[in-house]
Design a protein around this ligand. Sequence first.
Ligand code: PMP
Length: 363
Amino acid sequence: MPKRPYNFYAGPAVLPHEVLEQAQAEITDFKGIGLSLMEISHRSPEYEEIHNETQHLFKELLQLPEGYHVLFLPGGASLQFSMIPMNLLVPGKVANYILTGVWADKAIEEARKVGDVYVSYSGKTNNFTEMPSLKDIQVHAQTDAYLHITSNETVNGTQFHNFPAIRNVPVIADMSSDILSRPLDASKFAFIYAGAQKNLGPAGVTIVILREELIQHHTAPLPAMLDYRTYIKHNSLYNTPPVYSIYMVNLVLKWIKRSGGLSVLEKRNEEKARLIYDTLDQSGGFYRGFAQPASRSLMNITFKVWNDELEKLFFQEANTQGFVGLEGHRSLGHIRASVYNAMPYEACQALADFMKDFQRRYR
Ligand code: PMP
């Protein structure tokens, strides 16, 4: 294998190298059947085994209590922005959203098209550089249909480092950019969702984990493909699921297990992110981080070079030295290093070394 670029894209994003190699080895002949998994029915025993095993792996890695379903949906996490209120925002109730950045904002925008929404916390006043502290999160048990949070703001580079234990209102979390990056007490959530293309695999499938009782109050008839009950009833096989994406997620989950599970990944993710945050903090203002230290994301590290002209040069040089995907989201600009589970420590070390060297030459 020739040396590959250091891949800091925010999503689709880096995948474990050994997973790519396994997929390559199996692409024309899946487990000796002489065909690719892409070419066989989603009702075949070979595919069904992958499907059920993938659900099981989620349950195992997240230690999901009884009563949760693991579903595979199309449409990205963005479709969930609409499906959640369509299914769960019952008449007479209001949906409670925590506005923490670009992605929470999009979720709110879609929910408003469906029903009554209120924003019980907004990070607008701190320019979305901070996550709320737990005491800032308020719910109203009588009237809230649910509370929606975004565990990691991929664009802003902020992350919740602990979650409220709210029992009287269902808590829903968009975990698209940090699912399975650390151990989680899943019992705090009635509903978790994540597009696969950051920590789980390629784009094409969205994981929805929901507690059975959550959907029992819902009354409005919905198109089958927009109704969670369809996916539960048919075990996410009502129509053809994105079989290849699910297969890739399966390989990634097995890789997580082989790597030692979520606590090992968490430790590794902390070490990787620290390499880069320490570089920012020790730069004397040459590099400036976006997030407040207590809310820093271990997945998406957002920062800038103090001078815009120098920043252009930073991108040019980073590019020639084999770093890709460092450009910040179009809404925020500047630099974003995404360092998901599959990002090797060596790549973070290489970036930190490059940053120090760049500063030494241009300070
Ligand atoms: N939520 C978050 C936190 C995200 O990072 C993203 C994608 N970057 C989305 C939602 C939207 O996901 P998708 O593109 O799968 O619709």
